[in-house]
Design a protein around this ligand. Structure first.
Ligand code: FMN
Length: 157
């Protein structure tokens, strides 16, 4: 079996276009979150979703401690937010408008939709951790409008 070169692997899977989310929680009264493309829905009944997070994420250990998170699905004009939340150590929440979901997670203003989740399970996988979340709620109530922010071949679409 021929092992694929990491760069070639990255370039190849980059042809799979996906939306972009910010996975967020509130830890010790401080909002915490990171940009995440690996989100997907897993099961309808029970309602489960998943994402993969790098082992060296500094945000995820804090999210894990809270046991819950919101998935914020970004809209087309929110490219700057995606970049801001991908910089480890930066003040990711500077200038960001958000409110609390019913489960007290951060709902970022003007995102397409958000999902309120509790952490159901975790599975180590290579240099990432696969996190399974149980969906407890969704919003905003008037969802349905707006275009998505997409990521394809290393660029925003
Ligand atoms: C478009 C895009 C998609 C990303 N998707 C993921 C992802 O699915 N999983 C992940 O762990 N990191 C992903 N990242 C990188 C994280 O956002 C980044 O490593 C994280 O914000 C680091 O901050 P932290 O140390 O606060 O966790 C993505 C970055 C970008 C720009």
């Amino acid at each position: 079996m021929t092992a694929i070169d990491p760069r070639a692997f990255r370039d190849t899977v980059g042809h799979y276009a996906a939306g972009i989310t910010i996975i967020a929680s509130v830890h010790c009264d401080e909002p915490v979150g990171f940009t995440c493309q690996s989100f997907y829905s897993v099961s309808l009944d029970p309602p489960l979703v998943s994402f993969s997070v790098k082992h060296d994420s500094t945000s995820y250990p804090r999210i894990r401690e809270t046991g819950r998170f919101a998935v914020n699905v970004l809209a087309r004009p929110q490219q700057e937010l995606s970049s801001q939340f991908s910089r480890s150590g930066a003040d990711k929440w500077a200038g960001v408008r958000w409110s609390r979901t019913p489960k007290r997670n951060p709902a970022i203003d003007d995102c397409l939709v958000w999902l309120d989740c509790t952490i159901e399970d975790e599975h180590p996988a290579g240099d990432h951790l696969i996190v399974i979340g149980r969906v407890e709620g969704a919003g905003p109530p008037e969802r349905g409008g707006g275009e998505p922010l997409l990521y394809f071949r290393g660029g925003y679409r």
